[in-house]
Design a protein around this ligand. Structure first.
Ligand code: PLP
Length: 412
């Protein structure tokens, strides 16, 4: 994009996303549920469509032209993701159904090495996706799941983490950005702390991947995962980045076609990673869509995306701070993109429904973080989450609509 005029940039961005033109309940849609999933830009939709029409076949198994072509596109998408993350090679990237499946893969494959009394640490702000798989494998192996506390603002207690880490700590799994609180975890620091006691680290980058650069080699992280649908890509696809020697040391967790080297009736030898972890026909078109989403993000560049999102998030704070009797949940010094709140005594669900009737999509409920809600004794929250295609006008409209909601609920 040649211009530096913010309004022209905004118009251009919004033209890429036809869904932003939708009307809901007769009003222009204001979509503030980006932490749950983002809309898809035309280049991503076009990439999937043209693959299905022009290059479609199953991958890895055919000698015919289309199968070769499909395989090339699928592997090209893997290479794009590897470059996007600064991974040493494409083989560090395993395609999965999403972030949840990537964490389950690590828990059920890497996790088999856990011994009774070993410890797995997660923070108190984790999404169920980064909690339940660890509960399951700890129960299977007799390992202990330990919860690293967070403070009242919603920040990981690093002193507590330091005191919890010990030679029995085998895995530290945490989100880089909380989907409920928007809090940023100090990823580099936490990785260093874990490494000091020989603890393996998994970073759940689901909420981070669309908002800024991630360099896995510089981070020195062992595993990192995300879902494409939160970064303008399709649903049904995500990735696990794994350090080469770790992936090679891990057994497969699902068996079937594509993950084998040689099969006999009684025994099988397995393919090298990443195919070892990709049993069955993979989500081919979705992987290609993910590759297109990477290209799309890079076509705008992080500077434009991050500048816009920073300004939008600051404006969201100004708008929310101007609403009487609104209580923010999550006030970490370093936070972005998502903000949870409560409106007086109103139930989050009622607020969400009224906002919806005004055309505004926000998320309400526990946000797949029930233990966090229980810790703060909350029924749930309302969560507004922005990304670079949102506008300042939309946020002003959110403010007016929250005041109207308060009046309608008799709280204003
Ligand atoms: N981790 C975090 C922090 C999330 O926000 C989410 C989804 O909201 C997930 C994991 C799970 O992602 P998915 O449902 O796409 O697998």
């Amino acid at each position: 994009m040649q211009t530096s005029d913010p309004l022209l940039i905004e118009q251009h961005i919004r033209k890429d996303f036809p869904s932003l033109e939708l009307q809901v309940h007769g009003r222009p849609l204001v979509y503030l549920d980006n932490a749950a999933s983002t809309f898809k830009p035309l280049p991503v939709l076009d990439a999937e469509r043209s693959f299905y029409i022009e290059k479609y076949a199953n991958v890895h198994r055919g000698v015919h032209h289309l199968s070769q072509e499909a395989t090339r596109c699928y592997e090209e998408a893997r290479a794009k993701v590897a470059a996007f993350l600064g991974a040493p090679e494409s083989d560090n990237i395993v395609f999965t159904k999403g972030c949840t499946e990537a964490i389950n893969l690590v828990a059920q494959s890497w996790g088999r090495r856990l011994e009774p009394g070993d410890e797995v640490l997660v923070t108190a702000m984790e999404h169920h996706a980064n909690l339940v798989p660890w509960q399951m494998i700890c129960a299977q192996q007799g390992a202990i799941l330990r919860i690293v506390p967070i403070d009242e603002k919603g920040q990981t207690d690093l002193e507590a983490l330091e005191s919890m880490l010990n030679p029995r700590s085998k895995m530290l799994a945490f989100c880089s950005i909380s989907n409920v609180l928007g809090s940023h975890n100090p990823v580099q620091t936490m990785i260093r702390m874990a490494k000091a006691v020989g603890c393996t680290v998994l970073v759940d980058a689901a909420q981070a991947v669309a908002h800024g650069p991630i360099r896995v080699t510089e981070l020195d992280v062992d595993f990192l995962c995300f879902s494409a649908h939160k970064m303008y890509g399709p649903t049904g696809i995500g990735i696990l980045y794994g350090r080469r020697e770790l992936l090679h040391s891990m057994p497969p967790w699902q068996g079937g076609g594509d993950m084998i080297r040689e099969v006999d009736y009684q025994v099988t030898s397995y393919a090298e990673p990443p195919l070892r972890f990709e049993a069955g026909t993979p989500p081919i078109a979705q992987a290609i869509g993910l590759g297109a989403a990477v290209d799309y993000l890079q076509s705008w560049g992080w500077e434009i995306i991050m500048d816009r999102e920073k300004a939008l998030y600051q404006h969201l704070q100004v708008v929310l701070d101007s609403i009487p009797d609104l209580r923010k949940i999550g006030e970490a010094t370093d936070r972005s993109s998502a903000q949870s709140f409560l409106l007086g005594q109103a139930h989050p669900y009622d607020v969400g429904l009224l906002l919806d009737s005004m055309g505004i999509a926000v998320r309400t409920g526990h946000h797949c973080a029930q233990p966090l809600m229980k810790r703060w004794n909350l029924p749930g929250t309302v969560r507004a989450s922005v990304c670079f295609y949102n506008t300042f006008n939309e946020l002003d409209y959110l403010g007016q609509s929250l005041l109207k909601t308060q009046r309608m609920l008799g709280h204003g």
